[in-house]
Design a binder for this molecule. Sequence first.
Ligand code: GRF
Length: 202
Amino acid sequence: CDLVVLISGAGSNLQALIDSLGNRNPARIRAVISNRADAYGLQRARQAGIETRVLQPRDYPDRDGFDDALADLIDGYSPDLVVLAGFMRILGPAFVRRYNGRLLNIHPSLLPKYKGLDTHRRALEAGDSEHGCSVHFVTEELDGGPLALQAVVPILAGEGLENLAQRVHEQEHLIYPLAVRWFAEGRLRLGAQGAMLDGTPL
Ligand code: GRF
């Protein structure tokens, strides 16, 4: 199962994926693509001997132009799955449709709660007793696609933002490689009614 991973920043989820790929994991990262030349994740990829590419939005006249160029770049690697790992750019409907059923994202909240940014602060301010992270198939609705896997993180009494963010991040590093592995093994897929694991709706 060939993967292309899209990043914009630190790439700690990319690192978790890289670390999970061994001889018993059928997934293979063909390339890492960033919309920012300074993304630290690019260094992680190079260190792991993975091809890296940078595609900068400012080199394209509009969103569609960028999305089309990105899709062409991705398709050059013929991936079975495109993995968004901290890719901080909204992808347009045409792009999302093109990769229907083979585009995964990880989001730092228990979706459908807290779509968008600033999720840890919002969970704390709401006085929630639990928070977490979600892996989902990407659809045209931002952070709204069918859920594949979630990890729940109880919010500790008096817990601060940094601490909570770090504990959620640790869970991301567990569930994202697991979901990708399930996909690579043919166990996780997007059916007509939503995400399916081993033939059972999630
Ligand atoms: C993660 O919190 C992820 O949930 C969100 O962006 C962040 C990426 O972190 N989509 P990293 O670049 O993988 O360290």
